[in-house]
Design a protein around this ligand. Structure first.
Ligand code: ZN
Length: 402
């Protein structure tokens, strides 16, 4: 129990311990939240003492606890109801070897204590983080102090690979780890799991005849920030970026169907703008500062490249819609545009496919069906083939791009 380091002033790292190959996983077996007038204590029972790093973040006000990799064996409803200063909390794998708890605060609060003690059996350790109500100014100051330390702990895992001559396609399964994405209204289906399964299937299909090199932004249940997804596409010098999602909508059971989105400063309609806003919050959900986006188009050359790239994105989106038309139920306006952060690489043609709505039972049944998935990955693969065939034909004919 001496291994716990009180690190909310920000010098210790939570990374790099506990996940060594062969060592047993650390298990979080229970969480209890106690609250009195001004203080709230968050108690988590762990199978082993760990080093925790706690930081604060503003807008929305959050407390973030970084831990070595922890397997959370908590009841499903854990974290869903308000207690004291904590409105709700989420937990999950944040990066390989690192887990995270993100608490939403009801009002500004600071960490007033962090202790560890053996539980009643003596076999486990209870890590207690005590929060105290604070003024906005005090909270802001503490958040600023802790953000530097957090950034340091978040070195992005960007794969640098040597480019071979084949077109590179980056497949981006949305969400992951601590960010589950949308939930089905019935059952326990989470967007992050569904889109990963679909993306893995698509990868296999596109790799079948060896004509493309496929890079996945994630191939396990791990959180990747929106900025890192874009950076991964650029680092791989991708020729095409396909982000896979499956949204849910409060509008009810009637809203259904597949939609293909491309990036644009102006949204094609209000629903698309709202969806992009929601998807763009993925970083905030996981307690990552937003605003750290590559590719803010800053000069005329980038602007020209972006315009050309968007032309390609549109072209691919129309081919996709064309292929989907015969095999899938499409949204009534199947090609839409909005300002998605993940579609911002200025030199990589990018689309975001919303496979359907988890909020619609009919869509959900399709999304879960092997037969439907097989048809969809085939349709995407045909669209990909046609897209590249057209590009190479054009490249052969003239050096000038449209
Ligand atoms: Zn999504």
């Amino acid at each position: 129990m001496a291994a716990l380091v009180a690190a909310w002033t920000g010098h210790a790292h939570a990374a790099g311990e506990g996940a060594k190959a062969g060592s047993p996983p650390i298990i979080a077996a229970a969480v209890a939240v106690e609250a009195d007038g001004t203080k709230t204590r968050f108690n988590v029972t762990l199978s082993k003492a760990v080093t925790a790093q706690v930081s604060l973040m503003e807008r929305p006000d959050r407390v973030i606890i970084d831990l070595p990799e922890v397997a959370f064996h908590l009841p499903q409803e854990a974290g869903r109801s308000r207690e004291g200063l904590i409105v709700s909390y989420r937990y999950g794998l944040f990066a390989p070897g690192r887990s995270r708890v993100v608490m939403e605060l009801a009002q500004p609060a600071v960490v007033s204590g962090m202790t560890t003690a053996p539980d009643a059996t003596g076999a486990a350790t209870i890590l207690t983080i005590e929060l105290s109500r604070a003024e906005r100014e005090e909270f802001r100051k503490a958040a600023l102090e802790s953000s530097a330390a957090t950034k340091e702990a978040l070195a992005p895992p960007v794969a640098q690979e040597v480019k071979d001559a084949r077109p590179v396609i980056v497949i981006d399964p949305g969400h992951g780890g601590i960010d589950p994405g949308a939930n089905a209204s019935s059952g326990n289906v989470m967007e992050k799991d569904l889109v990963l399964a679909f993306a893995q299937r698509l990868k296999k299909k596109l790799e079948e005849d060896g004509r493309y090199r496929i890079v996945m932004t994630r191939d396990q249940d791990v959180f990747i920030s929106l900025g890192d997804r874009v950076r991964a596409a650029r680092a791989a010098q991708a020729d095409l970026f396909i982000s896979i999602h499956a949204d849910s909508i409060s509008g009810g059971q009637d809203v259904r169907g597949l939609t293909v989105y491309t990036g644009s400063e102006r949204a094609s309609d209000a629903d698309s703008a709202r969806l992009a806003d929601r998807e763009n919050k993925a970083d905030a959900v996981a307690g990552v500062e937003t605003g750290d986006m590559p590719d803010d188009v800053s000069d005329i050359l980038m602007e020209l490249t972006l315009r050309e790239t968007r032309g390609f994105s549109h072209n691919f989106a129309s081919r996709l819609v064309g292929e989907f038309d015969s095999v899938a139920r499409l949204n009534k306006n199947p090609h839409r545009q909005a300002r998605f952060q993940v579609l911002r690489a200025h030199d990589v043609p990018s689309v975001l496919v919303e496979l359907g709505y988890l909020s619609s039972q009919k869509d959900l049944d399709l999304l879960m069906s092997e037969d439907w998935r097989a048809k969809m990955v085939s349709a995407i693969s045909v669209a990909v083939d046609r897209f590249f065939a057209a590009r190479f034909a054009r490249r052969g004919a003239a050096a000038v791009l449209p």
